[in-house]
Design a protein. Structure first.
Length: 337
């Protein structure tokens, strides 16, 4: 049974690389060569247990994020980071829907109540902010996030900021401002297109990091993931160039979708949320029959008229818009007939 809560379901027949996948938001060119080289180096170390302290990986991640090593904790993916952060408190978990559904799912696993944020919390509560937000792509400015953190702190709560897509707009990150009650969860698997490696992290105050590390399973970071982190600081310029390239592609892609009649929400991430104003489940199925995967948004409670579409290369984006144009026209003609 296919889990429709997430994109990237390429293991549903044939070879994964045969799909043109717009349902996931990954670097469209695949992993950069330097990342592949680092992972190959990691595989050469697979005969040894990884460093339980993750010392070299942690130091490199801290250098990349410009924080002290005592304030970062590598983890096996962004979701593992979120899960670990939500395991620590017992109060209500507040979210800002529509947003990533795993916040509520992981909160429920730990017996925590969930609710939509209404501006108030109690001691022990956690507000989760996805920034940029999934699925809308909307991004809050760094200053606004810090003001929100202060408001939550004054009420005795904790702000957990999910920056899984902040590599697209690093200027909004608050990773350098973390404290006991301001925690950042991040992911590198999307920026580097290595979701199979599982590579995420947490930033927080030193005491919070120590408490979270004590809850983490030993050897959570694989050797390939550790080597990727060790190489990361040397390639900051390439990641920034990827972000600029994504901005240009996203702008052109949004214009092309708008020309098809879709209402495209402004996005700071590497995906777009497009409202076609009609039920898109049939068209999504027709695209799948052509080897193109898109993500409908029923799991976000947005209805069947929305598609969340990853930004890919110019050529690939063009292939999708051409297919959408053809299918939308066929549907209109069928309705007229």
């Amino acid at each position: 049974m296919t889990d429709e809560r997430h994109g990237g379901n390429v293991w549903q027949g044939g070879w994964p690389g045969d799909w043109l996948d717009f349902s996931a938001s990954l670097r469209p060119e695949g992993p950069p060569e330097w990342a592949m080289q680092a992972m190959r180096e990691g595989l050469s170390q697979a005969r040894y247990y990884p460093d339980r302290e993750m010392r070299r990986a942690r130091e490199a991640l801290a250098e990349y994020l410009d924080v002290s090593p005592e304030r970062v904790l590598p983890a096996a993916g962004g979701l593992a980071s979120i899960d670990l952060a939500l395991s620590r408190r017992r109060g209500t978990v507040f979210t800002c829907p529509p947003t990533f559904g795993e916040y509520e799912a992981r909160a429920a696993f730990y017996g925590r109540k969930t609710a939509a944020w209404q501006g108030r919390c109690m001691p022990g509560d956690t507000l989760v902010l996805c920034n940029p937000n999934n699925p809308t792509g909307a991004a809050a400015a760094r200053e606004d996030v810090l003001r929100l953190a202060e408001a939550v702190r004054a009420q005795g709560g904790e702000l957990l900021v999910d920056e899984a897509f902040a590599f697209c707009c690093p200027e909004i990150s608050v990773a350098r401002e973390t404290a006991a009650d301001l925690v950042v969860a991040g992911s590198l698997t999307k920026a580097l297109c290595v979701p199979g490696i599982r590579l995420g992290y947490l930033c927080a105050g030193e005491g919070t990091i120590r408490a979270l590390e004590a809850r983490m399973l030993p050897w959570s970071l694989s050797s390939p993931a550790a080597c990727l982190l060790q190489a990361l600081p040397r390639h900051r310029a390439e990641l920034l160039a990827d972000a600029e390239r994504n901005r240009a592609r996203r702008t052109a892609f949004a214009a092309a979708l708008g020309a098809l009649g879709a209402r495209v929400l402004p996005s700071a991430a590497n995906f777009l949320l497009a409202d076609f104003g009609r039920d898109m489940t049939g068209i999504a199925a027709a695209l799948k029959a052509r080897g193109i995967l898109v993500r409908t948004c029923a799991s976000f409670s947005l209805g069947n008229g929305f598609l969340r579409l990853g930004v890919r290369t110019e050529e690939e984006n063009g292939r999708l818009t051409a297919a959408l144009s053809e299918l939308l026209w066929e549907e209109v003609c069928g309705e007229r007939a």
